[in-house]
Write a protein that binds this ligand. Structure first.
Ligand code: FEO
Length: 159
């Protein structure tokens, strides 16, 4: 069995404590791992795979960003503008990388996936972490022990 050391292992250190966000982050991690699992070194195979999945992957990333941004607005998180800018910069970088990859320039599936991995991990660790504690304050612990943010929490947000 080939062991791919580039795969991301989900860890509690990535956890925001808010189920909706954690589920989406886990999905992003899965998405990156799935791409790594399709790095074969065969250009044609990799391009076919890439063409099949890239639109859905970008849509999922955008959906996640929208979720976070809506929660930030609803809870009046003061890091919203800075965070949104980071998201926008990332999407522009992804689009550029996709164009390059499709044009056969520089990138391989491996380098493209590494770029995604590095960004996702550093963004969660540095940017997303800034709202983790804040969201927890406005979240409610549910009967199942999970934290979630509902419309009442949002109405009661004090900042
Ligand atoms: Fe989880 Fe700001 O992306």
């Amino acid at each position: 069995m080939v062991v791919n050391n580039d795969l991301i292992t989900w860890s509690d250190k990535f956890s925001s404590g808010v189920k909706l966000i954690d589920d989406q982050h886990k999905e992003l991690v899965e998405l990156v791992n799935e791409m790594f699992n399709h790095v074969t070194g065969n250009d044609l195979q990799e391009h076919n795979y890439f063409n099949r999945v890239i639109n859905d992957a970008v849509s999922y990333v955008k959906k996640h960003f929208t979720t976070e941004e809506k929660l930030m607005i609803a809870t009046k998180f003061d890091g919203y503008a800075e965070h949104k800018k980071e998201h926008e910069t990332f999407i522009l970088a992804v689009v550029e990388n996709i164009k390059d990859y499709e044009a056969g320039k520089r990138l391989t599936l491996s380098t493209f996936t590494r770029f995604l991995k590095d960004w996702v991990l550093s963004h969660i660790a540095l940017m997303d972490k800034k709202y983790f504690e804040y969201f927890k304050k406005v979240a409610t612990r549910k009967a199942d022990g999970k934290l979630s943010i509902n419309s009442e929490d949002i109405r009661n947000a004090s900042v």
